[in-house]
Write a protein of this length. Structure first.
Length: 284
């Protein structure tokens, strides 16, 4: 009898932050003005929850402690829907811009806030802007010290703001089997180069068929789950637009926002999905 081969399950992940917290907007939006700005993250996350529910998909929500403190009911809606709650740090500070002590405080406080509000253990972390790389690998030790079990903070590509192209493409233990598990964002290997295949601005820029092909290649040829990510603000073409943005920032942030709803719905139909903790830690 021929065994039935089940589809590879992939990880659907959402970085929960509002539009004004994007790293590229930092020179234009003062951090001390965040609390005064229009909140759009609640409505956008509710929209995502509805899309995932329609597709019978469970996901991992890497959530800022700053967001959780202000919108605790949003955090509980995520948990009540069966999704994994994970940390994106407290206030969207890049790991590479913090000292060891400040980073440890940041990741510890965000973990405590999320666990208190969500009522479940938080074992995963993703650094804002994938800001763990060759110069601050000590951050992985700090994450383990703070009680995290996995990170999804290294992107093995070349990018002008982040990236560690020589890192392994799939889940690995940077400091041995007893250390923290690192689960990189998905890339596909083409002509000896890693191409981004796991979401973000690339997903909005490329035709959907190209992204689908890349993720299917990882599933079928590499036999590995794809790690896909996006942000709530990427489904919000009506968001306020700060003045003074350079053309590259404007293009990266706003390209094809109006197409994201349909593309995320297509992903829920075209692939099998699960939470990060279930895929990589065997956790319920």
């Amino acid at each position: 009898m021929t065994a039935i081969q089940l589809p590879v399950r992939n990880a659907m992940t959402i970085d929960v932050e509002d539009y004004f917290q994007v790293s590229a907007f930092a020179p234009h939006i003062a951090r001390d003005s965040w609390a005064e700005r229009e909140c759009r993250v609640e409505a956008n996350v509710d929209r995502i929850l509805a899309i995932l529910d329609d597709g019978a998909v469970v996901a991992t929500f890497f959530t800022l402690g700053w967001i959780a403190e202000r919108y605790p009911r949003l955090v509980r809606r995520i948990v009540d829907a069966g999704h994994e709650l994970a940390s994106h740090g407290y206030g969207h500070l890049r790991a590479s811009d913090q000292s060891h002590a400040a980073f440890l405080q940041d990741i510890s406080s965000s973990k405590a806030i999320l666990e208190d509000i969500g009522g479940q253990a938080v074992c995963g972390y993703r650094a804002p802007s994938f800001s763990i790389g060759p110069a601050n690998l000590w951050a992985l030790d700090a994450l383990q010290q703070a009680g995290y079990r996995y990170s999804s903070s290294i992107y093995p590509i070349r990018h002008d703001h982040y990236g560690m192209p020589d890192a392994p493409r799939f889940a690995f233990y940077p400091n041995g089997d007893q250390g923290l598990l690192e689960v990189p964002i998905t890339t596909v290997r083409v002509m000896n180069r890693n191409l981004p295949a796991g979401g973000g601005g690339y997903f909005r820029l490329m035709p959907y068929a190209m992204s689908r092909w890349m993720m299917r290649t990882v599933n079928r040829q590499d036999g590995q789950p794809a790690i896909f990510y996006f942000h709530p603000w990427e489904l919000d073409p009506g968001q306020p637009r700060p003045r003074g943005l350079e053309w590259k920032t404007r293009f990266r942030h706003y390209v094809n926002l109006e197409r994201m709803d349909g593309r995320i719905r297509a992903l829920t139909r075209d692939f099998a999905w699960d939470r990060m903790d279930r895929l990589f830690l065997g956790a319920a």
